[in-house]
Design a binder for this molecule. Structure first.
Ligand code: F6R
Length: 831
């Protein structure tokens, strides 16, 4: 071996070692480097390292080097490119993607944004005094040894993705279209500003005149702005124009679909998904999530001749797939679909669930995810016995039976087809090919992914849950379902006067010993926690503080190891709540989840928790989840405080109340007609105030939130104790004010609030306990809503129901969309 070759080999070896050691650095050049102490090591490599500035939270690249002992060297001062502050280099090394630079640099060249020094650089060498010292992790950048918890570095968008693949079972094109469109209808609550689908065309029809780079039928893509029904109309009219035969059967066919809630780019067909790799739609992708590094990927792809048509972050994904595919196809031999997707995954930062379709891989589908939820549904056709086979993925991969396979962001789009499903985990790639399913685990450290065995679960959900039944709207159905949802929430958890919460039992000692309990959530979930706060404090003797997740993050609130942080979220996917969870985990608090969504990120990332079991909530405005959240938190308070003799009588009263609760909720629902009449009287109002206190401060906030979010009427919930400190100025004979004055410790104070409001000729609507009308309104001038009475900490559950009904009727009477209010989506997975 000559000297040159040996040197090259040495450099290659060093590079390899460095990449293993500092996996997220990008090797850019082997410029000579001199240390500040005059030591001039040989065989050096100049690297670009990505840093995260803890001050301004931006990331930036800077150059550094490694000496012959692979110790890091860098300038004495590292200055953040955004805030221009000197950063603490012992704490800034949080590189995100170990291969992104490698791949981009080796495949695409050096990004122009990074200038490679032409002159030798002098660095501050952290040369260890001895080899032993060099092993100290302190002297090295704190690079993650495992891939970072990516979900929390970025947040996903709200969207719904769906796919349908039929195998060995003939399905007409019309049927396939309907399955896809229906899947979107089920997911529409997740986003409703645009949508799209992709199916196969016929070899003889679309684009046959052009020389396409594959031999199979090209896909046809339909994308439309607006609700799913606009897509439906446009699909059928396009099908006519393209002369696609709707009755044509396919023994195997793979279709993908997407419903969007815009974040990057206005709602428009070009921004809708499937997003395409370009001409001939060689790769099509539907995406739920956000790609945080899309700009850098886009710049690179543009330099390699790609033209972008949309404003989305998603478009880089199919284009990257094509880029990887083309590069691989240039070399020797082909590349499999999963290899392409794996390379794409290496480049992506952010949170996502993706489904890929490609005419290069006809009748195959690939899905992968990091962060966003993704489920696989399996319906094997032809007999009960075969069902068992699906409890083993090996059997899935081996069997050739007719089947239908689905991918979906939510089980509610799968349940009408099958109850057999598996939740795809982060960094998994699910490949459907020839009717078999293989699951691969992507690992940054490894070239080859490991194969994963996954048994299917059986979905405990009935199709009725996702249908409106006799109700006009999901919101109405869900309000009226509350006696049942509350019963289900309590089922199996209340036995012989004792509360058992299996999900908490192993952590009960830690919770009881905690210095404080912090309730964290957003919107309605925050209100539910607020409603449960008084009883949590009363029964546990532990101080309870409240945090709105976004505010907690903005303030970087103090949180300690001795804290128990309770995260409340219906969806379990709310970005702010998940980021707050990440924050609390980093600070060592015990993290408890309260969620409606089995398998959600919240359920998976918390140390322990309780499912509220409210059933599928489809209306965007949360109703039954709210009341079930309160019940679960009341049960938590009972369980945590169960060792205290001093509160025994109260606990018994609450347990008695819980048993009666569904029946009382049933009774309060009879106010439906009365609330409709009240709504009629408020239909033209501009504004509505709600005053509550104690257990019912949350009721005022939540009632007002319901009115504003669906009825699009300004409404504010206020603490009655604060009335005289400002809001009283608003009071006149026109502004409607709802005062909650049901029986509890605050009753007499609320009576005095009512008197003060009367004295200012306030236009009052008073909610009181049954039989108290004359007490709260002696002169009979105000409108009164009488509700059934229950133990104080459960009264907020009863009291919110007339408010939910009021919001519902106001919305319908004002002519707005109840289930899909303007600008809102069911789970808010953006910050
Ligand atoms: C209002 C509503 C929202 C959610 C909030 C948090 O009806 O639904 O305020 O409560 O976006 O969502 P989750 O509970 O999914 O974390």
């Amino acid at each position: 071996m000559d000297g040159n070759r040996a040197k090259k080999k040495g450099v290659k070896k060093a590079r390899h070692e460095l990449m293993v050691k500092f996996p997220t650095a990008g090797i850019v050049s082997n410029q000579p480097i001199t240390c500040m102490d005059g030591h001039s090591p040989d065989g050096l490599l100049l690297l670009f390292l990505k840093h995260h500035c803890l001050r301004c939270e931006s990331s930036f690249w800077y150059s550094g080097g490694f000496d012959e002992h692979n110790e890091v060297m860098h300038d004495e001062e590292i200055v953040c490119s955004t805030c221009k502050q000197v950063v603490d280099h012992s704490a800034v090394h949080t590189l995100k993607n170990k291969y992104i630079f490698l791949i981009l640099v080796f495949l695409l060249g050096i990004p122009p944004s990074l200038s490679v020094p032409t002159k030798p650089r002098i660095f501050n060498c952290q040369r260890p005094k001895s080899r032993r010292a060099s092993a100290s992790s302190e002297s090295r950048p704190r690079l993650a040894t495992a891939p970072p918890l990516r979900l929390f570095g970025s947040v996903a968008t709200m969207c719904g993705i769906f796919a349908y693949l039929n195998y060995n079972v003939g399905r007409e094109r019309r049927y396939i279209l309907e399955v896809l469109l229906n899947g979107l209808r089920r997911l529409e609550y997740r986003g409703y500003d645009s949508s799209g689908i992709a199916i196969d065309s016929d070899m003889s029809s679309v684009m046959q005149s052009k020389s396409k780079p594959y031999d199979t039928a090209p896909p046809v893509v339909f994308r439309q702005e607006g609700k799913i029904e606009s897509l439906v109309t446009s699909v059928y009219s396009e099908v006519d124009k393209l002369d696609l035969d709707l009755e044509k059967p396919f023994l195997v066919h793979a279709g993908i679909a997407h419903t969007r809630w815009a974040t990057h780019g206005v709602p428009a067909p070009r921004n809708s998904h499937p997003q395409s790799s370009g001409e001939f739609d060689e790769f099509l992708v539907v995406h739920n999530g956000i790609i945080t590094n899309y700009e850098v990927l886009k710049q690179t792809l543009v330099r390699h001749g790609f033209t972008f048509e949309s404003d989305t972050d998603t478009e880089v994904i199919p284009k990257l797939a094509k880029f990887v595919f083309d590069k691989a196809s240039d070399g020797e031999g082909g590349v499999t679909f999963s290899q392409v997707v794996m390379e794409v995954m290496r480049q992506l930062e952010g949170a996502y669930a993706l489904i890929f379709k490609s005419p290069h891989y006809p009748n195959e589908l690939i899905a992968c995810k990091r962060g966003s939820t993704l489920l696989l549904g399996v319906n094997e056709l032809g007999g009960e016995t075969s069902r068992h086979l699906f409890h083993d993925v090996k059997a899935l991969t081996a069997n050739d039976k007719p089947k239908e396979l689905f991918f979906s962001s939510d089980l509610c789009a799968i349940v009408e087809h099958t109850k057999n499903y598996a939740a795809v985990e982060d960094d998994e790639i699910v490949h459907i090919k020839d009717g078999s399913v293989s699951i691969l685990k992507f690992d940054y450290e490894k070239e080859k992914p490991a194969s994963v065995q996954r048994a299917l679960s059986v979905l405990e959900m009935e199709v009725e849950q996702i249908k409106k039944g006799d109700f006009d709207h999901f919101m109405k159905k869900e309000i009226h379902e509350q006696p049942d949802s509350l019963t289900t929430s309590m089922r199996g958890r209340l036995k012989d006067g004792v509360v058992g919460l299996g999900g908490l039992k192993d952590h009960m000692r830690t919770i009881r010993r905690s210095r404080r309990i912090i309730f964290i959530g957003c919107g309605t979930s925050y209100h539910a926690a607020l409603a449960a706060r008084p009883i949590m404090e009363e029964l546990t003797d532990i101080p309870v503080t409240m945090e709105i997740a976004s505010d907690m993050l903005d303030r970087k609130a103090l949180i300690f190891k001795e804290d128990t942080a309770v995260f409340v979220s219906q969806s379990g996917e709310t970005a702010d709540t998940l980021l707050a969870l990440e924050y609390a985990l980093q600070h060592g608090a015990l993290c408890v989840g309260v969620t409606n969504t089995v398998g959600s990120t919240l359920a998976r990332k918390t140390h322990c928790g309780v499912h509220i079991n409210a059933g599928c909530e489809i209306g965007v405005a949360s109703t039954k989840a709210y009341t079930c959240q309160i019940v679960v938190m009341v049960m938590m308070a009972l369980a945590i405080g169960s060792d205290k003799m001093s509160t025994l009588a109260k606990r018994e009263a609450i347990i008695a109340g819980l048993t009666k609760l569904p029946e009382k909720v049933h009774d309060v629902l009879k106010l439906d007609g009365e609330m409709k009449a009240l709504a009629q009287s408020l239909i033209d109002e501009q504004s509505l105030l709600m005053f509550g206190r104690g257990n019912n401060y949350a009721t005022a906030l939540e009632g007002a939130l319901k009115v504003k979010e669906v009825a699009l009427m300004h409404s504010e919930g206020m603490l009655a104790g604060e009335m005289k400190h400002g809001p009283l100025a608003l009071v006149d004979e026109y502004l409607p004010i709802i005062v909650i004055a049901t029986r509890d410790d605050s009753f007499s104070k609320q009576q005095s609030v009512i008197q003060q409001l009367h004295a200012r000729k306030g236009r009052l609507i008073v909610m009181c306990s049954e039989g108290d009308a004359s007490l709260v309104c002696p002169d009979g001038r105000s409108r009164v809503i009488e509700v059934p009475r229950i133990v104080d900490c459960l009264q907020s559950i009863i009291n919110i129901i007339p408010m939910q009904l009021l919001a519902y009727h106001l919305t319908v009477l004002r002519g707005y969309n109840v289930d899909q209010p303007r600008n809102l989506a069911k789970s808010v997975t953006t910050q």
